[in-house]
Design a protein around this ligand. Sequence first.
Ligand SMILES: Cc1cc2nc3c(=O)[nH]c(=O)nc-3n(C[C@H](O)[C@H](O)[C@H](O)COP(=O)(O)OP(=O)(O)OC[C@H]3O[C@@H](n4cnc5c(N)ncnc54)[C@H](O)[C@@H]3O)c2cc1C
Length: 236
Amino acid sequence: MISSIPKWVGNLFEDTLRPNVKIIASSYLSPQMKLIRFQGDISNMSFRIGYANVIRVSETEFRNYTVAYYDSKNGVLDIIFHIHRKGVGSLYIDSLDVNDELYISPPRGKKLFSPDIKQQVFFGDETSIGLACSALPTLKRNKHQYRFLFELEDENRNVPLLLGLENVTVFSKKDTFRNDKWVSDLSIFKTGDWKDASFVLTGNVKSVQTFRKVLKDKTTGKIRAQGYWLEGKKGL
Ligand SMILES: Cc1cc2nc3c(=O)[nH]c(=O)nc-3n(C[C@H](O)[C@H](O)[C@H](O)COP(=O)(O)OP(=O)(O)OC[C@H]3O[C@@H](n4cnc5c(N)ncnc54)[C@H](O)[C@@H]3O)c2cc1C
């Protein structure tokens, strides 16, 4: 996925990449988590669980974000941003306010959801909360058994509940999902019920890799993994 383009390419596509949505509401769910509601013509957008939209965060830089909620009739969509303040995207989103206008691409990407599987486990971090929100109505409607496992900074641990997510377990980021042994001892592996579940792993690349490795040994379930960011790497 391209995260930056040369300036001359940006100039060439300036018409296509010009602002297509306006911010109509914005709030902080914690000092590091920002929920923004955009409005615009989203009639050409086709949303799927696991898809992401690219936001133009500077003249030449683009970053991926997941639509947590949308209402095509009223041209409205919500995105939940992790404001980690270490990159151009995060700083740009932090600076945005009501009435600001920006460019958001149509969604595209990986289909992470397997609706035919009864048990569904979603693992991730702050960057995965939007994905969980986008999946929740479908999980409820289809009467899936589901669990959300999040590794979060302490200051963000109440955010899933604030957003109305259910069946949530929050873990600290300290010394947890980087440790195979610790992951193998998770309670989800202690009963046979979740052996054949669908596991959707997103968020920090290293945590996703560790969890995936353990799952491969411990379950016969379907594993779909997509790292959303990697320490030290710009614009995954
Ligand atoms: C398919 C997909 C869907 C995504 N959905 C969302 C979403 O809904 N909400 C969301 O907030 N993010 C989401 N992300 C993650 C987001 O695109 C990345 O976090 C992106 O790197 C942020 O860009 P940046 O310019 O702020 O930082 P970059 O310029 O990319 O990186 C600068 C530095 O910040 C670090 N960094 C990047 N992200 C984080 C982070 N989350 N926490 C701590 N350090 C970080 C990098 O390791 C690097 O050292 C998604 C990513 C993908 C691939």
